[in-house]
Design a protein around this ligand. Structure first.
Ligand code: ZN
Length: 229
């Protein structure tokens, strides 16, 4: 613990925020207090420090409702995995904030996905249990960069599927008021690959015509296979 305030880097950053950044955006923050927040997007992202939602989307205060967790995973709505802040965030974002988009954003070199292959310390009981939410995306192969990359992508689609089991999500999607978006951020390229439900593949944003699945039909399996009923 630094003994002098001048040596406490975090403290200096807090002061810097209020003295240098805040005055430039004061009106915006005041409006958001007076009018409340009306974000259009729920962003479910991995906790990884290299994933910076505001940089990727160019968003500012009031634009993103964010929930982050290890692996950008979505628990099942049936409550079988206990109480989850992520579930609460989805319910609040859809029912109270009426968001128009839900983004599930994973990324390259995800430690959570790698841990699905390599395991976690015995003491990390919650982590071990939590990672089971990605288990259906894991491939029956040895961990390697290619397998991890594919699993990262498959997990994102798996979480989108699970979101569709949330009654309020399904209802809003089917009514055309909500779209689901699967993103895979490739850290080393600065590229976000967006899930294209029609093509059953992740497509670089640079060559994609949209950022999401649009109306959730046809139904897409987590391995990318498209089922048309
Ligand atoms: Zn991650």
């Amino acid at each position: 613990m630094p003994s002098r305030a001048e040596d406490d880097e975090l403290l200096l950053r807090l002061r810097h925020f209020q003295s240098d950044y805040f005055p430039l955006h004061q009106q915006r923050f005041q409006d958001l207090v007076e009018q409340g927040q009306h974000p259009k997007t729920l962003f479910i992202g991995c906790s990884d420090s290299r994933l910076v939602p505001y940089l990727l989307t160019g968003a500012g205060p009031g634009e993103l409702f964010i929930v982050r967790n290890v692996g950008a995973l979505v628990p099942p709505y049936d409550g079988s995995r206990g109480l989850h802040g992520t579930m609460a965030a989805v319910e609040y974002a859809v029912l109270a904030l009426h968001v128009e988009r839900i983004i599930v954003c994973g990324h390259s070199h995800c430690g959570a996905i790698r841990a699905c292959y390599e395991g976690v310390p015995d003491e990390a009981r919650a982590l071990k249990s939590w990672l089971e939410l990605a288990q259906d995306a894991v491939l029956p192969v040895q961990a390697c960069p290619e397998a991890c990359r594919r699993t990262e992508e498959r997990s994102i689609v798996l979480q989108l599927e699970r979101l569709m089991d949330y009654p309020m999500v399904r209802r809003e999607v089917e009514a055309g008021r909500l779209t689901l978006h699967g993103w895979h951020y490739v850290i080393e390229d600065g590229a976000v690959h967006v899930f294209d439900a029609q093509r059953g593949a992740f497509v670089p944003a640079a060559s994609s015509t949209h950022t999401g699945t649009g109306p959730y039909a046809p139904y897409v399996e987590h391995d990318g296979q498209i089922l048309i009923d």
